[in-house]
Every structure is written in C-alpha cells, then in structure tokens.
Design a binder for this molecule. Structure first.
Ligand code: UT7
Length: 325
C-alpha cells in the first residue's frame, strides 16, 4: 500500500528571545500570570528586517538534509502560514526557488494554527494518489509582527518560527496513517486579523487596530479542548489505534492548560506529550513541525512509534493526524 512517510524534519527560529520579564516592562502583566495561565516563559521574535522566508527556507533545507533528498526531487511545496512575506507571491514559491525544486507546485495555505495538519493532509493525498512522490510541507508564522503590544490579552501569547517536513512515497507499512481536518466559519470572529486583505487593504497600524490579531481567548479555549479531543479520537479510531498506542502526542502549542486538558481526555500515557510552549509561545502553524523536529533530533522517536498531531485555530479550523514512524 502506497503511503506518505515523513523522512526529514527541520526548524528555524529567530535569535531574539523575548522573555516574560521583558513583557512586564512594556505591558501590564507578570511572569507569574503568563506562566500560570499559558505555560509560556519566553518566545522568539523576528527582527524588523526579517520575514517568514528567512526561517521557512532554512527549516526546509534542514529537513531535506536530514532526508538526504535533493531539492530537485521535490514536486510540491506547501507553506502553511497566515503571515507570509507578502500577500503575493506565495512564500512557498520563494521556498521552491531557494531549495532548487524545478517547477514544483507551490502554494501558501491559510488555515492558521491548523495549517500544518491541512498541509499534511494535502501532501499525503497527492502522494497516495500517485501524482507526486516527494513533498515539502512548511508551517511558519511571524505573528509578533501583528500583535498589539498594548493588549496584554494577546501580545504575551505569540512567537515566531518555522518548521518543515519532507514526505516521500513508501510501500512500507509506515507513514501518515490518517488525517482529518475541519472548519466552522460561523466562529470566524473568535480569532482574526482584519487588515491587509481586500476588505481593509493596507491598514495603517499606528492609527487603528486593523493590523492586529484580535482574539476572544476564553471562548476559544473551551471549544479548542472539545474539538481537539474529538478529532484526535476520530483519527486514532480511524486507523484502529487505541489511546494507549500513542507513543508521542504532539499538539499545537497554544496553551499549556489546553494541552493538559486534551491529553487527560485522551488518556495519553504519562510523559508522552511533547510540550515546548515554555520556550516558543504559540507559533501557530509552526508549532507542530518545530516540536516534531526537536523530538526527532533528540533521538526520542523510534521506528514504529505512533505520533498523534492535533491543532486548532482561527477559522475556526481544527484537525489531527496519526503517523507511524
Ligand atoms: O492558537 C490558536 C488558538 N488559540 C487559543 O487556543 C487560545 C485559547 N485561549 C487561551 O489560551 C486563554 O484563554 C488565554 C491565555 C488567552 C487567556 O487566559 P484565561 O485564563 O482564559 O484568561 P481570561 O481571558 O479569562 O482573563 C482573566 C483575567 C482578566 O482579568 P479580569 O477581567 O478577570 O480582571 C484579564 O484581563 O486575566 C486578565 N489578563 C491578564 N492579566 C495579566 C489577561 N491577559 C493578561 C496578562 N497578564 N497577560
């Protein structure tokens, strides 16, 4: 049976670290509140002259290097992001050019924090269907460029970075086993950024809030826990696995309390949930591929392990995937 196997992972984050203590100096917050309510200690922040491709390209290159796959063999590049370098062309096209993937299909995918799982589903389907053999899926975000630094409810949450995977066709009994994705646009006003699109083009960030992320965090929290647990359960059942078969639960890193609540509902075995939110904050579409890369490079993922990914974000969108390593 033809499947899509993850054969390489990579990540790249900005050098600048913004700690909770740094935030205490610019907004009415405390390290104690941020840590207790979110689990975040620090996050990475891109410099003024840095953009998504500055991190997405090295992340993709590192993933290709680990895979031992030359860029020339890549036929599909997906960049899951809502904060690409420009509105167009797609940041995926810049990645395609930089990795030397001649004429690969390349597009950006806007499913916010769930973008990596959406990208995984599309690449998996194209590989399974036989139209391509090799894909690069990047999840990357520069959200600190779009937060209101006077709004303590949002500015403490987000961080910048990119993660990537290389997927290849395999006939072995491993790879992506199941992916499910969903959306509910009736809840689009829970997390959004109004400016920069055709409704409010080129807003002036100094004169209004259109350029900034708006979020009703508390309402989002409750829906996130329920949706993540449901969709995770669905993908596990879909490939005949039980909760205790999960070797690593790699959730989107939005809030430590959400991760713990979902892990508890899913009865993920103790110590098998990967959490790095304390170091990166919420990097949206980047959080799962960054976490995966850290886990893989630290040697903690063994052949045959079952990995469960799940994410939730603006749209609303949500989804989950299961991979046999
Ligand atoms: O990744 C995409 C999906 N996004 C999410 O999943 C986010 C989900 N939501 C969350 O993670 C949490 O709801 C937040 C971390 C955003 C907020 O935590 P919360 O426990 O839901 O707090 P809250 O919004 O109910 O606010 C409680 C209090 C409020 O004060 P009052 O009105 O009770 O006096 C806030 O003003 O905490 C206050 N507060 C803060 N205090 C200090 C909110 N932000 C801060 C802050 N520092 N940074």
């Amino acid at each position: 049976m033809r499947r899509a196997q993850i054969v390489g992972t990579g990540m790249a984050v900005p050098e600048k670290v913004l700690s909770n203590a740094d935030l205490e100096k610019i907004v009415d917050t405390t390290d104690e509140w941020i840590l207790a309510r979110t689990g975040i200690r620090e996050r990475r922040m891109a410099a003024e002259d840095e953009a998504l491709s500055d991190f997405a390209i090295p992340a993709a290159r590192r993933a290709l290097e680990m895979a031992g796959v030359p860029g020339t063999e890549v036929q599909l590049v997906i960049c899951a992001t809502v904060t690409g370098d420009m509105t167009f062309p797609a940041t995926a096209a810049a990645i395609q050019h930089a990795i030397g993937a001649p004429r690969a299909t390349a597009f950006d995918l806007g499913a916010a924090c769930t973008g990596f799982i959406y990208g995984l589903e599309i690449a998996d389907q194209m590989i399974r269907g036989g139209s391509i053999d090799t894909a690069v899926v990047v999840g990357g975000e520069m959200l600190t460029k779009f937060v209101d630094w006077t709004d303590r409810r949002t500015c403490v949450l987000f961080g910048d970075g990119a993660g990537a995977v290389v997927l290849r066709a395999t006939e072995e009994d491993r790879g992506v086993l199941a992916v499910s994705t969903y959306s509910d646009g009736s809840l689009g006003d829970l997390i959004y950024r109004p400016g920069g699109g055709s409704r409010h083009p080129a807003p002036d960030p100094s004169s209004n809030g259109l350029n900034f992320i708006q979020m009703r965090g508390n309402e989002t929290f409750k829906i996130a826990v329920r949706s993540l647990a449901e969709v995770s359960d669905e993908v596990l059942t879909g490939c005949g696995l039980r909760h205790r078969d999960v070797d690593w639960f790699i959730p989107h890193q939005a809030n430590r309390r959400i991760i713990d609540a979902v892990g508890k509902r899913l009865e993920v075995p103790e110590g098998r949930t990967y959490v790095n939110i304390e170091r990166y904050g919420n990097t949206s579409a980047a959080s799962i591929p960054i976490a995966l890369d850290e886990l893989v490079r630290s040697g903690q993922v063994a052949s045959g392990n079952h990995l469960l990914f799940s994410a939730f974000g603006s749209g609303l969108t949500w989804g989950a995937g299961v991979v046999r390593w």
